[in-house]
Design a binder for this molecule. Structure first.
Ligand SMILES: [Fe+2]
Length: 184
């Protein structure tokens, strides 16, 4: 299912709800929560830390739909997700979705404590995603206007893998998605 473009909030809600029982690794060798759980945990963490940045929260909510759109393409999942939501949610949200993979490469190069705490699956996929950033890439990323937001999304991403954690149900996010889509 390549080149999916989500054009309405209804379509996005349906796509997200279809992420129940979809896993980052189709053979279940990856994270211990499904994509819908994981994306909701990630969005919730971002809402707690950045209550005024709804674009960032929504980026967290959709950041891993690329796994669902193109199963098994871990290295490309950020881009697939970004391409799918750009028309509906705007360039910044799409960019933050894509950057969650970039930010992982940044942290792998700059934060040994964070890297040591990565889930086993996350560590395995790092190499396919390009491995730790080079010095030049680090400088470029740090100069990006969305550097801090992208890093926050990545940290929420790494933390949002708790089995049976209770977070807001998907429909509670609909008004937030609608606001972000309306303001794009
Ligand atoms: Fe994720």
């Amino acid at each position: 299912m390549d080149r999916v473009r989500v054009s309405t909030v209804d379509e996005l809600m349906e796509l997200l709800s279809d992420c129940e029982d979809v896993w980052d690794m189709p053979d279940r060798s990856g994270d211990p929560v499904d994509i819908l759980d994981h994306d909701r945990q990630c969005a919730e963490l971002l809402r707690e830390r950045f209550p005024d940045d709804e674009q960032l929260q929504v980026a967290g909510l959709v950041h891993d739909i690329g796994h669902m759109l193109v199963p098994g393409d871990d290295a490309g999942h950020g881009r697939h997700g970004a391409d799918a939501v750009r028309d509906l949610l705007g360039d910044r949200v799409a960019r933050l979705v894509e950057l969650h993979v970039t930010a992982k490469r940044y942290l792998a190069a700059t934060d040994s404590v964070h890297t040591a705490a990565l889930s086993e699956s996350s560590r395995r996929t790092l190499i396919a995603q390009g491995g730790p950033m080079t010095t030049t890439e680090i400088a470029e990323f740090e100069a990006d206007p969305d550097f801090h937001a992208a890093l926050a999304l990545r940290k929420a991403d790494d933390a949002g893998k708790v089995i049976d954690l209770r977070v807001s149900a998907l429909p509670a996010w609909r008004p937030v998605i609608e606001r972000v889509a309306a303001a794009r």
